[in-house]
Design a protein around this ligand. Sequence first.
Ligand SMILES: [Zn+2]
Ligand SMILES: [Zn+2]
Length: 204
Amino acid sequence: MSLNPYDINPDFMKPDHINSDHMNSYGVIIISPVGDIPSWITAVIAERVKEIFRFETRVSVLLEDIFFAYDRDRDQYYSTRILEELATRMPEDCIKLLAVTQEDLFIPILTHVYGEAQLGGRTSIISLSRLMEYPNSGSREKSRCRIVKEAVHELGHTFDLRHCEDEHCMMHYCRKLEDVDHKSDRFCRYCKIFLSDSIKSLGV
Ligand SMILES: [Zn+2]
Ligand SMILES: [Zn+2]
């Protein structure tokens, strides 16, 4: 589909259309649970993603399972393969997608990943497997914070944001849960500017 947003509303051509109260009205960000994901999790992700990226969000199932990405030797799921499959299932109005799974994810060079995204692309995924200790241990609030931070982090990559050296910025790369807990739930001012420029370049 080649819908040109400028054809829909000429106001989009105004260069200052992105401001603190503006909601980008072209396209939605889909939060897509794979398997049995508690609805409060998709709800809190959708709410925070809407606040940060200023796109409407929708919770929608696009994949019933990810067995096709299962690696028997590692007993984990290959996230890059899942992103490729998701990219073929994007609804037309979907500008970016974040899948959420309980399964443990990997890419070949790492023992595990909290998530993966197509840099500057449209699809991303996070795994709750290591981020979510509740209800077995830890508080629901702690799990919620980690999940939201990593969800926004992966979606940030789809808007072409790279890893940030600021250890408090959500785009900071975290190897350990302590690092995830240590960073804030905000972008630093440089990443904010980069995100704003990236959204403008989409022409929405
Ligand atoms: Zn990252
Ligand atoms: Zn940053």
